[in-house]
Design a protein around this ligand. Structure first.
Ligand code: NCD
Ligand code: ZN
Length: 346
């Protein structure tokens, strides 16, 4: 009998599913691994209304397949001019779970993002009042700040002052990559938490840049130096309840990644749980995986925990170099590697 690991059915608290053919291709991977996911709204055009979110949710459900009970949790994309009442109505109707703040220019499809956080004060006030979480891509975008410093500077210049102005606002700092963010969230109040990706627990900037440039490891926020990865690993190893699973799986066609100006994003959906399990086993903290993947997130979002379990087997999993049933030529995280754990089919 293979060694097994059984955990509560998990959720992905940060995910890009895209739309159209790409959505149809990638959604089943997430639906196989996770019961729910917080779906990012950075489509073109972005999701800025409850109606658009509801329609997108239907397309996602269709893409997940008729046998799936996958539940997409929808978000709205904040712009300088978004209507606070539209957000509140969407939240109260159960269509919108949260709002996403992309500083304009920070990442893929962020050109409609917020140019100055003070422009959305009215939205933040309403969100604080109704308890709607604000999900933040925490990087400054000014050209004078080095890309490896953009997350740390965001904490000082934007996040700290915003939390002072809206002390009741509930915030998830997404896909954190630095020891500074770990410390900021750990030391903060009960209203701030953070997601951590599978890849930022495993790669540092050397993996991306030393001995050749590896575009499939390029994402935003960009992987930092090793000591920052170690800080992320150290906090999850403690089982701290303010840190939870968010893959930030962000598929781009291979030609858009392997390009003179390649897109940011790592497609980890097909191997997410296996990758986290590999890391937690290395850290000797497999006993914390279930809560990291299935309890800390819903508790912060004030949603019920999932019923049921999933099981991983220690039989080994070979990750294909390419996932290409439809000509999209997607390269998954861990392409060509062998991982110890394999999620079993339910
Ligand atoms: C994301 C994408 O491609 O949509 N890319 C990424 O590198 N993570 C956007 C984002 O979350 O920054
Ligand atoms: Zn993302």
């Amino acid at each position: 009998m293979a060694e097994t690991l059984t955990i509560r059915r998990p959720d992905d608290w940060h995910l890009h599913l895209r739309d159209g053919d790409m959505l149809k291709l990638v959604a089943p991977y997430t639906a196989r691994q996770f019961r729910r996911a917080i779906v990012m709204p950075n489509l073109v055009p972005p999701i800025t209304t409850a109606a658009a979110a509801a329609a997108y949710r239907e397309r996602i459900r269709a893409a997940a397949g008729p046998d799936s009970d996958f539940e997409p949790l929808m978000t709205a994309y904040l712009t300088d001019t978004i209507d606070p009442q539209e957000i509140a109505r969407g939240f109260e109707a159960g269509i919108l779970t949260a709002c996403k703040l992309y500083p304009a220019g920070a990442t893929t499809n962020s050109q409609s993002g917020v140019t100055d956080i003070r422009k959305i004060d009215a939205v933040l006030a309403v969100m604080a009042q109704i308890g709607m979480p604000l999900l933040i891509h925490g990087e400054v975008t000014t050209a004078d700040i080095d890309i490896f410093d953009r997350e740390r500077v965001f904490l000082e210049r934007i996040l700290g002052p915003t939390m002072d102005r809206f002390p009741d606002l509930r915030i998830v700092l997404e896909h954190i990559t630095t020891s500074d963010s770990v410390e900021f969230v750990r030391a903060g109040g009960e209203n701030i938490a953070a997601t951590i990706t599978a890849h930022h627990l495993r790669i540092d900037r050397n993996d991306m840049l030393a001995g050749g440039i590896r575009p499939h490891l390029y994402c935003l926020p960009v992987a930092k130096r090793r000591q920052h990865k170690e800080a992320l690993r150290a906090i999850v190893a403690t089982g701290h309840p303010k840190f939870f699973l968010g893959t930030d799986s962000a598929p781009h066609a291979r030609c858009d990644k392997e390009s003179a100006c390649g897109c940011a994003g790592i497609f980890s959906a097909p191997v997410a749980l296996e990758s986290y399990a590999e890391t937690f086993e290395e850290l000797g903290c497999l006993e914390h995986l279930s809560a990291f993947a299935g309890e800390h997130g819903p508790r912060f979002y004030r949603l019920p925990l999932n019923e049921g379990t999933v099981t991983l087997e220690r039989t080994g999993l070979d990750i294909p170099v390419r996932i290409d049933p439809d000509g999209q030529q997607l390269t998954p995280f861990h392409a060509g590697e062998r991982l110890n754990w394999r999620l079993t089919d339910r």
